[in-house]
Ligand binder design. Sequence first.
Ligand SMILES: [Zn+2]
Length: 182
Amino acid sequence: MEPDYGDSIGYWSDRWIGDTPLNQKFPALFALESSKNVVIADCIEVTPTGMHWTWRWKSFLSSLVEANEFNALLNLIRDVKIISLEDKWKWDEGDRNFSIQHIKSLCFKAQNKVPNFPFPWNNWVPKKVNILCWRIEQNRVPTVDNLLKRQLQVNSSICKLCGEEAESSHHLFIGCRISSMI
Ligand SMILES: [Zn+2]
């Protein structure tokens, strides 16, 4: 997120600078804040000399923790430039601008990832059924295509049930016209 004038971004609650919202990064200061829901614009004072941050502390900063947090906060926001009237969302993927094509390529990449979830074991069916499903998911069933990959000799690569397509795990358990009728 890129704060411009900041009339909709929560100063403490939104992640607008750094990796964490300021209320988590500076809890002692947040405890001293008298208006917990302020947006960035509420924290800026415009004067003839420019824009300045303003503070609304309930009491003076007194402890070392508060002083240290305040120094760190000042360092963090020192170089923030406030430049326009409306907040806007920024596409956080490198330097590119938002595009449907880019979204499509991200989805395509995500689809091609090997699933990294644990296999859901089902206690209602026999153990051998669970094992078979697990092997299907891993593509470790000795179907013709897998036998060929291991250079084993097979007479034909065509599915013996329908005789129409090459036999693979996907075809046998999902695509085959005959097995889908069982
Ligand atoms: Zn078939």
